[in-house]
Design a protein around this ligand. Structure first.
Ligand code: C2E
Ligand code: MG
Ligand code: MG
Length: 664
């Protein structure tokens, strides 16, 4: 500095003036001072900061001098500015973040929180201790949080916990809280922990909603088919690992469709919800109950006895409980808009249950289990409903046999393997008046040498044909052949005036184009409509009654006769007989069989004959096997007959021979 003035060091005139004036002022006041000053480097133009100690003193001549010690603090100042900037930034982040940040001084037991933490927890700033925080965690979640914290404080793991907070305003929210130990002493003792809590209530809710939609039935809130599948997979694995036994119970409400059809779907839904409640109440909690679809429910019963028959007994006990729970009447109230008090319906219900018991070794596929339980359920249904059936392997053989039959039947339709037999019908003078066409399915005899043909009885394949819908093509085949057969006898003295009765399945009648089909077939064959009788059963009433009755009217108006087959075995005969446009009723053979021995059957037959007379419709007795039966029926006033007493169903050849005999 020697030999230079202030201006030499700083290119800035203002600064050099300040330095001079400041030094002079300090000297004048004769008091030491600390001065912060900036100086622009004359060479580089860089502004640097100095901390200057300015100490005035007098020399030996009593003249005032000054000692200046300047320290370049440019770097320190920069750091300070940086620190201030960082602090501001941190505060900004802390105040704007949607996370409740906490900074826990563990030794002092003090916790710093940002503003949002208070917003999140609903606590106020005087409640910022760790205890205050812990107190607002839901009691049942506290242990979880404590364990997570303990693990973090003791080890190196980070802290992470999801739990619920009970806010002072009463709201319960879900929180995701995460943090870590940021400082430990030399011995590893934690000193400080920092973390942040997030409100995840909405996420939890969304997740729940999504799960609910994906895995639960919206109507009953029970697990749906998908969740059931997972649950069964787990049960199978559990059984395998623990050598335990479980059961799948497949439950189907009996006649649920009836309630749905008669009272409407709203009541059907109400009933399903109530059934779900009762089922849940009827089984213990560790067992699963799911809605499989429609009116089908599936229960998974865990930890059954290892002994099969003991397990079966347990299953029957549970099933009994379920049957009982469902047997109490259901009181359903539907709130129909506009109807003030709603509509009340009382409904009585039964259910069928199919069960498969499994141990992790015998059945290991979910679909297989469900299929077998369903098979047992089917058996429960066919054996009269309102019961529980446990699967046994013979059912599977029956199933295979049924599938075999179905395959063969399909082939038979394709290859035209069927034949029609005709069973003659007679009047009171034992004169032949008509024929009932009865389907026959010939199968080659096992003994080929004899070239004998055996027939599969219609009762063995018609129900299957109905179930599979194959009755439709078969029905058309029968109708076509029967009509053509009658017209081909136009020149035959006896057969030319025969009526032909053709059995029509309900499914056929329900076809929208049934009338057109019949008309077309009759026209093609050139048959007089009055020569055709369609035999229907009351089962035609199980679907759209109005449409069915309308169709029968149309057929009747076309001149085709309608005969009500198997009369007396249905459930609604009398109430519908009035409305059903039939020409004739056919007394079911079960009444004729015991006509001579069972008084109630005899009364019934007489009543049916009288009834038909009063209604002005014809009556025919079928299954007449003896002369006594015939005479008794004559006494009752019956004038038409069919049965083995007169003739069995005959092949074409046999029929011609039979008619030849008659005319001879
Ligand atoms: P269904 O219409 O009531 O036919 C009468 C059944 O009783 C026939 O059995 C007949 O052979 C039998 N039967 C006749 N008289 C006597 C008798 O005196 N004693 C005894 N025990 N039985 C007698 P089938 O031919 O086995 O037919 C059984 C059922 O199969 C029929 O009952 C009918 O419902 C159905 N069916 C037969 N052919 C057809 C068809 O072409 N289409 C449809 N949809 N169903 C058919
Ligand atoms: Mg019949
Ligand atoms: Mg019949």
């Amino acid at each position: 500095m020697l030999g230079h003035d202030d201006g030499y060091f700083t290119g800035n005139q203002e600064q050099s003036n300040f330095f001079l004036e400041n030094v002079q002022a300090v000297m004048r006041s004769f008091k030491a001072e600390v001065v912060y000053e900036d100086s622009t480097d004359a060479k580089t133009g860089e502004v640097r900061h100095f901390l200057s100690y300015k100490v005035p003193f007098k020399n030996a001549d009593e003249e005032v001098n000054i000692l200046v010690i300047a320290k370049d603090i440019t770097d320190i100042k920069r750091l300070k500015i940086q620190a201030e900037f960082n602090e501001k930034r941190l505060n900004y982040v802390l105040e704007t973040t949607q996370e409740g940040v906490w900074d826990w001084d563990i030794n002092a037991g003090k916790v710093f929180h940002n503003q949002y933490w208070f917003t999140l927890t609903g606590l106020n700033e005087s409640q910022s201790s760790f205890d205050d925080f812990e107190a607002c965690i839901l009691v049942e979640d506290r242990a979880k949080v404590q364990t997570a914290l303990k693990n973090c404080l003791e080890g190196d793991s980070k802290y992470c916990a999801e739990f619920r907070i009970h806010r002072p305003d009463g709201q319960v929210i879900w929180v995701l809280d995460r943090g870590e130990v940021v400082e430990r002493d030399a011995l590893g003792k934690p000193l400080r922990m920092i973390g942040a809590a997030q409100d995840i209530t909405q996420q939890k809710y969304d997740k729940h909603q999504i799960e609910q939609l994906a895995f639960y039935d919206p109507l009953t809130s029970l697990p749906n088919r998908r969740l059931l599948h997972q649950c069964l997979e787990r049960t199978i694995i559990y059984n395998q690992q623990h050598h335990s036994v479980a059961a799948v119970m497949f439950l189907d409400l009996d006649n649920f469709k009836m309630l749905n059809d008669t009272q409407g779907h709203a009541f059907g839904d109400l009933l399903l919800v109530e059934v779900a409640h009762r089922l849940k109440a009827a089984i213990v909690q560790e067992n699963t109950i799911a809605r499989f679809g429609g009116d089908e429910f599936v229960m998974v019963i865990n930890k059954l006895d290892l002994n099969h028959s003991a397990a079966a007994q347990q299953v029957f006990d549970i099933a009994k409980h379920v049957h009982m729970a469902l047997s109490k009447p259901f009181f359903l109230t539907s709130n129909i808009p506009g109807v003030e008090k709603g509509i009340h319906v009382e409904h009585q219900l039964t259910a069928s249950i199919g069960v498969v018991i499994f141990n992790g070794r015998n059945f290991t596929e979910v679909d297989e289990l469900l299929k077998l339980a369903d098979l047992a359920l089917y058996r429960a249904k066919t054996e009269g409903r309102n019961q529980t059936v446990i699967f046994d392997p013979s059912m599977q053989q029956d199933l295979w046999a049924a599938q075999q039959l179905q395959n063969n039947f399909r082939k038979a339709i394709g290859q035209n393997q069927f034949e029609l037999f005709y069973q003659p019908q007679f009047n009171d003078e034992r004169r032949i008046i008509g024929l009932e066409a009865l389907i026959r399915w010939p199968v080659p005899s096992p003994n080929k040498d004899l070239a004998l043909v055996e027939y599969i009885s219609p009762s063995d394949f018609i129900p299957m044909a109905e179930e599979t819908g194959l009755i439709l093509p078969l029905g058309i085949w029968v109708l076509t052949h029967a009509c053509q057969q009658i017209t081909s006898w136009q020149s035959h003295p006896i057969l030319k005036d025969m009526t032909v009765s053709v059995n029509i399945s309900a499914k056929q009648l329900w076809q929208p184009n049934f009338i057109e089909q019949v008309c077309e077939i009759v026209k093609q064959a050139g048959l007089k409509p009055a020569q055709l009788k369609l035999e229907i059963t009351e089962s035609v009433l199980l679907n759209d009654v109005v449409d069915t009755i309308h169709k029968l009217h149309v057929l009747k108006e076309l001149g085709i006769h309608i005969s009500l087959d198997d009369f007396g075995t249905g459930y609604s005969s009398l109430s519908y007989l009035k409305r059903l446009p039939v020409n004739e009723i056919k007394i079911d053979q079960s009444f004729i069989r015991d006509l001579m021995t069972d008084e109630s059957d005899s009364i019934m037959v007489k009543a049916i004959v009288d009834l038909s007379k009063n209604f002005g419709i014809g009556v025919i007795a079928e299954g007449v096997e003896t002369e006594e039966q015939f005479n008794q029926l004559l006494l009752f006033g019956c004038r038409q007959f069919q049965g083995y007493f007169f003739s069995k169903p005959l092949s074409l050849l046999q029929l011609k021979a039979f008619v030849g005999l008659l005319s001879a």
